[in-house]
Design a protein around this ligand. Structure first.
Ligand code: SF4
Ligand code: FES
Length: 143
């Protein structure tokens, strides 16, 4: 069953914030690092005009799930242009974050390429295994 991909865009001059809610793993890094832009209590929850482009880029680069990316002058930018060294981080009560260029061979034999940050499920509840889909929050995963 294929689900419709939901993408929302928020524009501040030359930069467009691209938001894919399905990818969000609810780390809330965006809210804590730039609360003047990201406020889940308000609508729209992203107010791109409340920060300058450099502040927005720096924050978007920290999003662990790539739910937030940005585009400049209609060129898609998946947060990073250069390939990063592979680094692994265990997120408290959340996924395993792998930063860097990867090839993931799924159980059905399909190979996917990842080149930024990939969040793997540790809690077992994701409906999109092996990736995290934010379900760890729903089950109050501790680990
Ligand atoms: S995963 Fe990204 S978009 Fe979702 S809450 Fe965390 S920083 Fe924000
Ligand atoms: S760790 Fe996020 S859904 Fe399992």
């Amino acid at each position: 069953m294929s689900e419709r991909k939901i993408i929302k865009k928020y524009i501040n001059g030359d930069l467009t914030i691209v938001w894919e809610p399905k990818k969000c793993i609810h780390a809330a890094i965006c809210v804590s690092s730039l609360p003047k832009v990201y406020n889940p209590e308000e609508k729209p929850w992203i107010k791109a005009e409340n920060a300058n482009i450099e502040e927005l880029k720096a924050q978007i680069d920290k999003c662990p799930s790539t739910a937030l990316t940005y585009q400049i002058n209609n060129e898609e930018n998946n947060n990073k242009t250069e390939i990063m060294e592979t680094k692994i981080e265990v997120m408290e009560n959340g996924p395993l974050l792998v930063r860097g260029k990867l090839e993931v061979k799924n159980s059905n034999g399909e190979v996917e390429s990842k080149d930024n940050i990939t969040a793997f499920c540790r809690c077992g509840s994701s409906a999109n295994k092996p990736y995290c889909d934010g379900a760890h929050k729903n089950i109050d995963f501790i680990g």
